[in-house]
Unconditional design. Sequence first.
Length: 180
Amino acid sequence: MRAKVPQSIDLEEKVVGKLTVKQFMYLLGGALFGYLIYKTYDVGALNVYLAFTIIALIALIALAFAFARPNQQPFEDFIGNLVLFLFVPKRRLWSKDAVGHGVAVKIKKKGEDKKELAKPKQVTPDRLKALAAVLDSRGFEVGEEQRQAHLENVDAQIKKGDRAGFVPTEKPSDNKEENK
């Protein structure tokens, strides 16, 4: 019997109704801050309108932090990325005189660049067979016995007429009568 692997392991646990702890704290903080603003302003007509405007703004910010997920990321991450985008320079300029980046440049003398170049390896028939074995095994080197067994298996399949997976060596003729 197979066990089911849970697929939603990155979801936060719901604690208060359908709210997570983080969402509940954002809403509770917004409500407490709004209540504090309401109690600190006097009851005058202009002050009441100003207080309710500030409270509505706080409520919108608290709702955004609790529920908004722009670009599938939490709102606090979005705000952090927005601040970085606004204040970090977007254009990077290279300066030849820049110091302190840890790049060392070594100037070669005229005679140093004429060092002996690496000699290419000579291809011998044994080396060619070894390379062919590696290519046939798709990167896994096989021994001579396994290679011979594989070649015999391929020959047996060709003799039986089972050519599935093999590329024909001769180009079929365009004449339909010859192909039949």
